[in-house]
Design a protein around this ligand. Structure first.
Ligand SMILES: [Zn+2]
Length: 304
C-alpha cells in the first residue's frame, strides 16, 4: 500500500511508465524511516504485475492501483518475495555495508534479459551504505544500462553518495510529513509497543526492564530507529506544537501528553544516549541486546 501522501510521487512514476519514458535510475531521497524502500517495492510490484505489462497501454496502467488481489504470476511471485526480476540489495546480516560483490552480481544478472520478459527492478537500500568501490561498480551499469532495468537508490541524505552516481539519477523527494507507517513486518506494531512501554514507564505503571522479550529478536538498530523517531516527535511537539511536523501523526495524542511531562533538557539527554547507542550498532559493535534495552529504558525512567 502506498501512503496517501506519497501518491503524488507514485503517480509521477506511473505516468512515466504509461508514456514509456521511465528512467533507468531513481534516487529516492529523504530521512530514514519514511518508507522509501517500501515505496520502491510497491512500484516494483506495479511494474512486474503482468496485467500492467503493455507499456503504452496507459489507460490500463493508470487504472491499476494496487496488486493486493491480483493473481498473475508476477504478483504471486512478488508477494512470496521470490520474483526473479526483482532484487533488493541491502547490507548482509551483521554487516553495515553493501559489498562490491553484491553489486557485481546484480550487474551481471541485469545484463541478461528479464526472466518474465518485462522489467528488471533493483532496489539498493540504503544506497549510502555502498563503499566507493561498490558505487564505482554500479556506475558502469548506470552509464550503460542494458534493456529494461530500473534501479532505485534509497538515499537517507547522509550526503555521501558520489556526485557521479547522483547526476545519473532522476530525483524523487520524500518529506517528513509523508510517512508510510503501514510498513511490512509489523513495523507499526513494534512502534506502538515501544511507545506504550515508554508511556507506561513515564506514568510509573511498569518496571522499565519488563519489556516484550520478542524485542530481543528484532534488529537493535531498528528499535533505535523507532525510538529516535518517537523522541524526535516529542521534541518537535515541545518546540512547536504543530501537528503537521510530526512523523508518528497517528499517535499524536499520546505523544502530546508525553511531551508535556518531560523537560526539553531531559528529553535531549535521552536522545543523545539513544544516538550514542545507535552509533555503536552502526559501527558494528556487538551490544548485549537485553542489557542495552534495559539500560535505555532505565535511562528513560531516570530522566523523567
Ligand atoms: Zn498482477
Amino acid at each position: 500500500m502506498i501512503h496517501p501522501t506519497q501518491q503524488k510521487q507514485f503517480d509521477t512514476l506511473k505516468n512515466a511508465f504509461a508514456q514509456n519514458r521511465l528512467s533507468h535510475a531513481y534516487l529516492l531521497s529523504g530521512m530514514a524511516g519514511l518508507g522509501k524502500t517500501n515505496f520502491a517495492r510497491e512500484f516494483a510490484a506495479f511494474l512486474l504485475c503482468e496485467s500492467n505489462r503493455s507499456a503504452g497501454g496507459s489507460r490500463r496502467a493508470m487504472a491499476r492501483e494496487a496488486t493486493i488481489s491480483c493473481t498473475c504470476r508476477g504478483c504471486v511471485l512478488m508477494r512470496a518475495d521470490n520474483h526473479p526480476d526483482f532484487m533488493l540489495i541491502k547490507p548482509e546480516e551483521k554487516s553495515r555495508v553493501i559489498k562490491i560483490d553484491q553489486i557485481r552480481e546484480m550487474c551481471e544478472k541485469t545484463a541478461q534479459t528479464a526472466h518474465a520478459g518485462g522489467y528488471q527492478v533493483v532496489i539498493i537500500s540504503p544506497a549510502d551504505s555502498m563503499p566507493v568501490q561498490a558505487a564505482n561498480a554500479l556506475l558502469k551499469t548506470l552509464e550503460e544500462p542494458s534493456g529494461k532495468i530500473i534501479i532505485f537508490l534509497i538515499d537517507n541524505q547522509k550526503s555521501v553518495l558520489p556526485p557521479t552516481i547522483m547526476s545519473r539519477c532522476q530525483k524523487i523527494f520524500f518529506s517528513a510529513n509523508q510517512v508510510d507507517l503501514r510498513l511490512h513486518d509489523n513495523q507499526l506494531t513494534l512502534r506502538d509497543e515501544l511507545l506504550n512501554h515508554l508511556e507506561e514507564i513515564q506514568s510509573r505503571r511498569v518496571n522499565p526492564i519488563l519489556f516484550n522479550q520478542a524485542w530481543l529478536k528484532i534488529e537493535l538498530e531498528n528499535i533505535f530507529q523507532k525510538l529516535i523517531l518517537l523522541c524526535a516527535d516529542l521534541s518537535r511537539l515541545q518546540f512547536a506544537n504543530n501537528m503537521s511536523l510530526i512523523i508518528n501523526y497517528d499517535a499524536h495524542e499520546k505523544l502530546s501528553q508525553m511531551a508535556s511531562k518531560i523537560t526539553p533538557m531531559a528529553l535531549q539527554k535521552f536522545i543523545d544516549k539513544l544516538l550514542d547507542k545507535k552509533l555503536m550498532t552502526a559501527k558494528g559493535i556487538n551490544l548485549n541486546q537485553q542489557l542495552c534495552l534495559e539500560d535505555m529504558f532505565i535511562e528513560w525512567e531516570n530522566v523523567l
